[in-house]
Design a protein around this ligand. Structure first.
Ligand SMILES: CC(C)(COP(=O)(O)OP(=O)(O)OC[C@H]1O[C@@H](n2cnc3c(N)ncnc32)[C@H](O)[C@@H]1OP(=O)(O)O)[C@@H](O)C(=O)NCCC(=O)NCCS
Length: 169
């Protein structure tokens, strides 16, 4: 299977914040942002694997900045590392200043997707080759995050999480 770059999975989705998508103080509802990120991330994982993909976990979400009604929101998703059947997808969320057009970072998140066959069984995906410094940094941290996610899900014993243990040694 031919390795792929992170750029090959890059997915950019831009949309407005409408009144039906806001909370009582007129900012984007968290669940709506999660859904937008899930959709963009699933397209990135599909572009990397060219397979059916399912969300296995949401590993990290930081709602750092409220996104007001009427904002133009851009969600950018890229696969940061591929393992055997799973892929970590990193998301960056930007809002566009109405007057200057400048993009301001609002949030980021990390999702894990698994490529599956028609019966839902996990299948192998291509390797990912990081190119830029940021892609390399995200690639390097991905195994640690995978182990943390598996430990939290009760699918890995803490003593087997070698990358995680290395942080505390
Ligand atoms: C995701 C799913 C396919 C994993 O199935 P599973 O029986 O745990 O399969 P495995 O143990 O072989 O794991 C498959 C891969 O997923 C990874 N994985 C499973 N759970 C994970 C978690 N919580 N966090 C990170 N990775 C996880 C495993 O590490 C493995 O990765 P690898 O093959 O790259 O090493 C299965 O749990 C599933 O179908 N879940 C429902 C998905 C879904 O419907 N999502 C939408 C939510 S509404």
């Amino acid at each position: 299977m031919q390795p792929k770059t992170a750029f090959q999975s890059k997915t950019v989705v831009t949309d407005l914040v409408l009144p039906s998508e806001t909370n009582p103080i007129n900012n984007l509802f968290g669940g709506e942002l999660l859904a937008r990120m899930d959709r963009a991330a699933s397209i990135a994982a599909r572009r990397h694997s060219r397979r059916i993909v399912v969300t296995a976990s949401v590993n990290h979400v930081a709602f750092n900045r409220a996104i007001p009604l009427g904002s133009v929101v851009t969600v950018e998703a890229k696969v940061s590392r591929a393992f055997t059947s799973s892929m970590e997808v990193y998301l960056d969320v930007w809002i566009e200043d109405r007057e200057s057009g400048e993009c301001i970072k609002a949030n980021e998140a990390i999702y894990t997707f698994v490529a599956v066959d028609e019966t839902g069984r996990p299948i192998k995906v291509p390797e990912l080759i990081p190119e830029t410094d940021l892609e390399k940094e995200r690639f390097d941290g991905a195994l640690r995050r995978k182990q943390l996610s598996l430990v939290l899900a009760g699918k890995m014993k803490p003593q087997d999480a070698t990358e995680l243990k290395a942080i505390f040694e």
